[in-house]
Design a protein around this ligand. Structure first.
Ligand SMILES: [Zn+2]
Ligand SMILES: [Zn+2]
Length: 106
């Protein structure tokens, strides 16, 4: 059994990802598994990008785990809903109210 990259060298293991024969020079150990160098490079790239997404998700999760933040968001949404409902139920009264407060008009 010969290494697929180095035909002059004896392979010591098989790549845990692509299954090709790998010599000691090409062997990379990661997470207790043997990989060839190209698979290890690919694996490391995906691992890093997964980590970035994970860290963003964790950031959001920690924000939502923060109960004060959650209460503020819920309170804000309820407030907006109340304003929308009040405006929808009294469409004719709103301008009068605004005029009486001196916000609009002469
Ligand atoms: Zn491989
Ligand atoms: Zn090799």
């Amino acid at each position: 059994m010969r290494c697929e990259v180095h035909p002059d060298k004896e392979a010591v293991k098989f790549c845990g990802s692509c299954g090709s024969a790998i010599c000691e020079d090409c062997l990379v150990n990661a997470d207790g598994t043997s990989y060839c160098k190209s698979c290890y490079t690919k694996k490391r790239k995906t691992y890093n990008s997964n980590n970035q997404i994970e860290s963003i998700v964790n950031e959001f999760a920690s924000l939502f785990r923060n109960k004060i933040f959650l209460l503020v968001v819920i309170g804000f949404i309820v407030l907006i809903l109340i304003i929308i409902i009040v405006l929808a139920l009294n469409p004719a009264q709103t301008p009068d109210y605004m005029y009486s407060q001196g916000m609009f008009g002469p």
